[in-house]
Design a protein around this ligand. Structure first.
Ligand code: 5GP
Length: 328
């Protein structure tokens, strides 16, 4: 069951789906498992209801998701120029997060914002913000349910991948009884857990392992070993034959050291003078508040932001605030 406060908006989203014809789906830059899976499951549902659907993101989906059913339908575009009845935007705290791929005031009559992050700006006409939901995919289950649409095996596979990746294989603190109940319903549709786990977690490309090895060389502990830092430079991508898409799990390595309460990955990006910072934490340490200080966001234990300038400058700005966040 969705939380009580969200039932009304779920019904309104269902009405918007039923009465409109053209839909545009998008998600955040550097789309992850939950964003891509949400787009594919929703696109499939809409098509079965006879709707016209386009999906595009500002940046491409990572290669490790290339097996997801329908993924070739997701386009990469800096801007889309068409207008739609409805734009559905997944996992974006604001429109900048989707790279402003579409002007929501001019190119969509109805904007539906579906998210589960702590920081958000309610930019949609309809905002389904499930703060207790493990993932966006978990929330889409309620829409299928409210529309009384059975879930196909391919759709269940996408929703399961979204939930599995956003909960780190059902390990993180966002895993709740509802998450596992919905996951069990998806398994009843024929989801092949073992195959999905092998594809996403049991295998890694040679270049991503090389990149990991380079990042681990930079592993450093500060603040009585409570903060682990990692760095990736443009040279690291080059020498590993890798790229930004293969950085996803690297920050988590910092939390493997038992004394650490926070891990921070600083990495150079393809955009000149822009550093991406990823935070992970445990226990009392809230890295969402920390990322927000730098214009980013996320969850209590997993967040991120982008900082202009060099990697060294980013570290100089972030580390004093990270030390303070340990004490709060
Ligand atoms: P990651 O470190 O894996 O890129 O992101 C961790 C979490 O923080 C995800 O939920 C992601 O959506 C959020 N996040 C990462 N970077 C940003 C950012 O620049 N802005 C906002 N608002 N959220 C971010």
């Amino acid at each position: 069951m969705p939380p009580k406060q969200n039932r009304k908006v779920i019904r309104a989203i269902c009405r918007a789906i039923q009465k409109n014809r053209t839909f545009f789906l998008t998600g955040h830059k550097k789309p992850d498992g939950d964003t891509v899976a949400s787009e594919l499951a929703m696109a499939s549902l809409l098509k079965r209801l006879g709707k016209k659907v386009d999906i595009a993101n500002a940046e491409p989906a990572p290669d490790y998701l290339s097996f997801l059913p329908g993924i070739q339908k997701i386009k990469t575009a800096k801007k889309v120029d068409r207008c739609y009845d409805v734009a559905m935007i997944f996992e974006c705290s604001d429109t900048e997060r989707m790279g402003n791929i579409l002007d929501i005031r001019k190119q969509a009559k109805t904007v539906i914002n579906i998210d589960h992050h702590l920081k958000h700006s309610f930019f949609g006409h309809l905002n389904l913000i499930g703060l207790t939901s493990s993932s966006n995919s978990e929330q889409l289950y309620y829409i299928y349910d409210a529309l009384k649409m059975p879930i196909l095996k391919e759709e269940a596979t996408c929703l399961y991948v979204g939930m599995m990746t956003d909960t780190g294989r059902f390990q993180y603190s966002n895993t709740n009884p509802e998450t596992l109940w919905i996951a069990s319903k998806l398994l009843e549709k024929g989801v092949e857990v073992h195959t999905l786990c092998e594809k996403i977690y049991g295998t890694k490309t040679f270049s991503s392992l090389k990149l990991l090895s380079r990042a681990l060389l930079s592993l450093h502990l500060i603040e009585k070993d409570q903060i682990a830092t990692l760095q990736i430079t443009k040279d690291d991508y080059k020498l590993a034959g890798s790229n930004e898409e293969e950085t996803e799990d690297i920050v988590n390595q910092g939390l493997l050291v038992p004394s650490t309460l926070m891990a921070i990955l600083f990495r150079e990006t393809e955009t000149e003078n822009t550093v991406k910072v990823s935070f992970r934490s445990r226990r009392h340490v809230n890295v969402c508040a920390l990322a927000e200080r730098f214009g980013g966001g996320g969850h209590k234990y997993a967040s991120g932001c982008e900082i202009s300038g060099s990697l060294q400058n980013a570290m100089q700005s972030v580390l004093p605030q990270a030390r303070k966040a340990l004490k709060n």
